[in-house]
Design a protein around this ligand. Structure first.
Ligand code: GP9
Ligand code: MN
Length: 427
């Protein structure tokens, strides 16, 4: 009931970090383009296979010379069984996914106070999600209504003919290409979420789309992982060029993120070959890094930012860039650019990682020496308690549908799902 949400509110308000005045409001009214890199892990950045860069375009974007983007190289995904759907939920609500199953499916008709609805109500943004797959996958065509997503461009909006499709759906190159006219038509300012798909397990690729030879570990998924990553990298370069040509690049906030691991720990043997290191529990945790990159027009990029951070931190960061104080909302993350950003990163299973040490499966490790910490300090043990509490409170919100009892501010109006439909109208 409403006393439960008060407990959650007390926790998140205590965790809240004040905005960084140098960035607060700097992106107000700008279009936002958020790009989802399917299954993309950070180890791909600057990785060389057969002496070749796998992702030369992304590597250039994150190089300290670029001055356009800021790249968070200690950013971690926080997803569980909900995979892509967890990533979407976490980034747009700053809640955690559930310990089991996917909240998109099992809590798809909860009350939410998500970014699309907040941006619409506060600053008249139109939100759109672009994804070349069937609309009901992960229950998207239902839950998006509850998040306040205005437009959902799914497979009915794209040319899904055979040569354009592989594995789960539309290939990334035609996906981006066909998204440009849709983007151009969107009412501005918009919040557009581009969700790629080709770089998805088991990493199938047509010969004519493969521009790098597979790795040679003998583990097919791992070997092809680099080929679909290269294809994704090329599709991004094409998209950036097209955005520039359409006049949609210069003045847009652009965010790029990897949604979750692509190579599970069933492939540790091959990954040991790839990384040149044994995949210990600590190494496996380290491999849960996914890229997060952001550019704000008119703000110089920082090159690489080493702050330890996770997906829950994205929503408060974006709110502050738009000049909306995150304080009113129930958010488990904190602004990445804030001096008070909290740099412990909970994983969904209760493990967590900080700058200096990690807690994995009940054991503490020193990140630098990689040794087990036999006698963790009280501070470490307290941090573990905090992580467990944070995850539990987030679960309470979802299981109890607690946003029904919370009004963030006077401007907030509960989302009316009858305002939303994702059925394509006949031309
Ligand atoms: C399906 C795509 C893949 O539409 O989002 O989801 P995943 O298997 O990565 O959760
Ligand atoms: Mn995914």
């Amino acid at each position: 009931d409403s006393s439960d949400i008060t407990e959650v509110e007390n926790y998140t308000k205590a965790k809240y970090a004040e905005p960084n005045p140098e960035l607060f409001g700097k992106g107000e009214g700008k279009n936002i383009i958020k790009i989802h890199l399917e299954s993309f892990q950070s180890f791909l950045i600057d990785y060389k296979l057969h002496g070749e860069e796998v992702t030369p375009f992304l590597n250039d974007l994150v190089s300290d010379q670029s001055k356009d983007f800021t790249y968070f190289d200690n950013f971690f995904h926080q997803t569980e069984q909900g995979k892509t759907a967890d990533a979407e939920l976490i980034m747009d609500t700053s809640l955690y996914g559930l310990p089991q199953g996917s909240a998109f499916v099992t809590k798809g008709d909860n009350t939410y106070q998500a970014l699309p609805a907040i941006l619409d109500q506060q600053q008249d943004y139109t939100s759109g999600i672009f994804h070349g797959d069937g609309k009901s996958f992960w229950n998207r065509d239902e839950v998006y209504k509850y998040l306040g997503v205005n437009e959902f461009y799914h497979e009915d909006y794209y040319d899904m003919s055979e040569e354009n499709v592989i594995n789960y759906g539309l290939k990334d190159k035609p996906f981006f290409e066909e998204s440009i006219p849709l983007l151009k038509e969107m009412e501005q300012p918009f919040y557009a979420h581009m969700m790629t798909l080709t770089h998805h397990h088991p990493y199938l690729i047509d010969e004519e789309d493969a521009s790098i030879a597979p790795a040679e570990t003998g583990d097919g998924s791992v070997d092809r992982y680099f080929q679909t990553a290269r294809y994704l990298d090329e599709s991004l370069e094409q998209f950036f060029n097209d955005l520039k040509e359409a006049g949609l690049y210069e003045d847009s906030i652009i965010m790029i993120y990897g949604d979750h691991y692509g190579i599970s720990d069933n492939h540790n043997k091959a990954m040991a070959e790839i990384t040149g290191e044994e995949i210990t529990p600590l190494k496996n945790a380290e491999l849960q890094r996914v890229p997060f990159m952001i550019r704000v027009p008119g703000v110089e990029g920082q090159g690489t930012n080493h702050e330890y951070s996770g997906m829950v931190d994205v929503m408060p960061t974006l709110l502050h860039i738009l000049g909306i104080d995150a304080k009113d909302y129930i958010l488990f993350g904190t602004d990445l650019f804030s001096e008070g950003h909290k740099d412990f990163v909970p994983f969904r299973n209760g493990d967590f990682i900080t700058e200096k040490y990690s807690s994995i499966n009940g054991t503490f490790y020193d990140n630098k020496t990689k040794e087990v910490i036999e006698e963790p300090t009280q501070k470490m043990l307290d941090m573990k308690e905090t992580v467990m509490q944070e995850l539990e409170l987030s679960d309470e919100v979802l299981y109890g549908d607690l946003f029904r009892f919370y009004t963030p501010n006077e401007a907030w109006e509960p989302v009316d799902i009858s305002d939303y439909s994702y059925i394509k109208e006949e031309e």
